[in-house]
Design a protein. Structure first.
Length: 103
């Protein structure tokens, strides 16, 4: 599992236990080159802020962190493809053979 580094844009906490470090939720990290990644953060996940280890509930928006976590979506774009406007244009104009459907 590769570590993700970036600036915290959003924090969502789904549930917390009584002890520190028992919160579970997700984070949106703004990475280099403007990519964003939505990460699942299970309870007990160790995040690194500067040289200290912190838990999800100790983070703030704007913090720069490193975390080993699983992305909630397989790619930052969501659909797995980077379409160019040219490809979208060609795709929208491509003839669709609907005459043989349902025979």
């Amino acid at each position: 599992m590769p570590p993700y580094t970036g600036q915290v844009k959003e924090i969502k906490i789904d549930q917390c236990g009584l002890e520190p470090g028992t919160c579970a939720g997700s984070l949106v990290l703004a990475q280099a080159r403007g990519q964003e990644v939505d990460l699942a953060i299970p309870a007990g996940t160790s995040l690194q802020r500067g040289n200290q280890r912190v838990h999800l509930e100790e983070l703030g928006v704007g913090n720069y962190v490193m975390v080993q976590a699983v992305p909630l979506s397989p790619s930052p774009q969501g659909n797995g493809r980077n379409w160019t406007w040219d490809q979208i244009d060609r795709y929208e104009r491509s003839p669709i053979d609907s005459g043989t459907q349902g025979d």
